[in-house]
Design a protein around this ligand. Structure first.
Ligand code: NA7
Length: 546
């Protein structure tokens, strides 16, 4: 009888963060074997690599988590509103222990290439040590903001002290107390890191190119009452995430546009919401802040005014004030004391865009066109190659020699961010042209679609699923059309990673589906319900055995 080509595993995935753990749950539940590889020495993904002081989720912890187990949702208690990396890490260990996931995880193992083999319809993956494994389905669970963007700064290797990217924080920790620290970049990472480091470092000097619209986080401890309220209402909370435009448990839309609201009332609504903290300020005030330029400007001015008032030195306050681009053209960070940190004597801000451009890194520090700054430690908080960077860094080759990096040279095309034409039996979790949303929500929705697809193939005896080119073209066109209608389309003006515009020598492109995460999750469901019209399913000839 005809027997299928044997694979080492049904599924091989790279990445043991939220996506890898979620996959282990769903794939095992489907009765299939899975191995998750990670080059890190521990599980945790983002929360293993980003160990910088102050690293925390900007989503509130009680919905920034995996939701497949109601038992875990009830058993795990967050200590605060925005858990830090240590707590996120502990949570992931709790999930892995509780669900006995460790046998499916292989750490300290970097996958360097993956190749689709036409004759067997298996993927062949190769590790850095030269070991090879075959699988029927190959999945990128590497995260959409995980591959560091390390700019080509002259002299970077000449610095005599530690100089590293913020997402390559020394795993053993870094003693920066009493040291002079230079930080390049002012994105969400630096906004979190600066206030904590400034407390014990001798000095922290921040090199800024573009100031951000920063909103208050308003960290607070979990209380027994709040914990009970969350656990009593988890179904409703998850339902909110499932339907929200950014996958968050927010009360929106609010049914009110700023454009139709009298100015005095607008200010009052902003004032009322500002102290509540989180991205709620954007989503629970007015529904037109990301689509109407005037409404956006009013919110932007309010935010800038509030932040400016926190900084004592008027010149520094001015330097920290963003202008010339809309709120959300860059991803706004959340504030845990960022602006107040600049009121300390040991914190300095250098404007490397308008006043003294960065020239080079020297043996002893950073040279600008005007000054030489001496440091003991330099941190490159310079962001990430979002969405495509991690899969591009692995040599992934599909049909007829197609590679992801070549395919995405000018346009980062996919079907709903989960699969790519020319790459059969390859799935991505939060790949390009998926929404930017509360990640665990999107991750689980993606995993459910992928698992349903695999289940169909297994139960109907298919060997290959090939994403259809016309379906990919349709998704690319749809995503671009929506993108154009939002103010985020101006991200190319300000190096936004949301358009890949932060990467030197790379053409800005549409990287994110902005039609709403809830709408997108519906589309994934519709695809399953209509038997995956985006994919072509095939059987191949199998060897005959006695
Ligand atoms: P971001 O938000 O991409 O910020 C990177 C920062 O690094 C930003 O201020 C950049 O300035 C700056 N940068 C990048 N390249 C250079 C060079 N060559 N010279 C000087 N400054 C540079 O990354 P984060 O790590 O802070 O946050 C990443 C996301 O992870 C965050 O949005 C969350 O979703 C989680 P620029 O703005 O381009 O002028």
């Amino acid at each position: 009888m005809a027997s299928k080509h044997q694979a080492d595993y049904d599924v091989v995935a790279i990445g043991a963060g939220f996506a890898g753990l979620g996959l282990i749950h769903f794939i095992r539940e489907a009765g299939l074997s899975i191995r998750v590889f990670d080059r890190a020495s521990d599980i945790g993904g983002t929360w293993t690599w980003n160990r910088y002081p102050g690293a925390a989720s900007d989503s509130e912890g009680y919905y920034y988590c995996l939701t497949f187990s109601k038992e875990i949702l009830q058993e795990w208690t967050w200590s605060k509103r925005y858990p830090g990396w240590e707590e996120n890490h502990r949570y992931m260990h709790f999930v892995a222990d509780k669900c006995d996931m460790w046998p499916n995880i292989q750490l300290n193992t970097e996958i360097v290439s993956a190749e689709f083999q036409e004759s067997t319809a298996l993927w062949l993956v190769t590790t850095a040590d030269g070991d090879t494994y075959t699988c029927r389905y190959f999945i990128s669970a590497m995260g959409m903001i995980s591959e560091p963007n390390i700019p080509d700064i002259k002299g970077a290797s000449s610095f005599e002290g530690p100089c590293f990217h913020s997402a390559r924080w020394p795993q053993e920790g870094l003693d920066y107390a009493g040291k002079r620290v230079g930080i390049i970049g002012t994105g969400a990472t630096t906004v979190q890191m600066l206030p904590v480091m400034a407390e014990t470092a001798a000095s922290v000097t921040v090199f800024q190119r573009t100031p951000n619209f920063v909103m208050p986080a308003v960290q607070k401890p979990m209380t027994p009452e709040w914990d009970k309220e969350i656990k009593d209402n988890y179904d409703e909370i998850l339902d909110k995430c499932r339907n929200h435009v950014f996958g968050m448990a927010f009360d929106s839309p609010v049914g009110r546009n700023l454009a139709d609201t009298p100015p005095a009332e607008v200010q009052q609504i902003f004032e009322d919401h500002w102290p509540r903290g989180s991205f709620r300020f954007v989503f629970e005030t007015f529904d037109d802040l990301l689509t109407n330029a005037d409404s956006n400007l009013a919110a932007a001015q309010f935010i800038a005014g509030k932040n400016k008032a926190k900084v004592n030195d008027p010149k520094v306050a001015e330097m920290l004030t963003p202008s010339g681009y809309p709120l959300f053209a860059k991803r706004p960070p959340l504030d845990h004391g960022y602006f107040e940190a600049y009121n300390r004597d040991n914190v300095h801000l250098v404007d490397i865009k308008n006043e003294e451009p960065l020239v080079e890194i020297t043996e002893t520090g950073i040279r600008t066109t005007k000054n030489d700054y001496e440091f003991d430690i330099i941190i490159l908080a310079t962001g990430f190659k979002a969405y495509t960077g991690a899969p591009e860094a692995v040599a992934i080759s599909g049909r007829n020699g197609a590679t992801l990096s070549k395919k995405w040279e000018t346009e980062s095309a996919s079907i709903m961010g989960v699969c790519v034409a020319d790459f059969p039996n390859l799935f991505l979790i939060t790949g390009p042209q998926a929404p930017f949303a509360n990640l665990p929500t999107s991750i689980e929705q993606n995993i459910m679609w992928i698992t349903d697809c695999i289940k169909k193939m297994e139960s109907e005896g298919f060997d290959v699923c090939s994403p259809k080119r016309e379906a990919e073209e349709a998704w690319v066109a749809h995503t671009a059309e929506i993108h154009e209608q939002t103010l985020m389309a101006q991200g190319d003006k300000v190096n936004s990673w949301m358009m890949g515009a932060n990467i030197e020598n790379k053409t800005p492109r549409v990287l994110i589906y902005f039609g709403g995460a809830g709408v997108y999750y519906d589309k994934l469901r519709e695809s399953v319900d209509s038997d995956f019209p985006e994919l072509e399913f095939e059987r191949i000839e199998h060897e005959t055995s006695a």
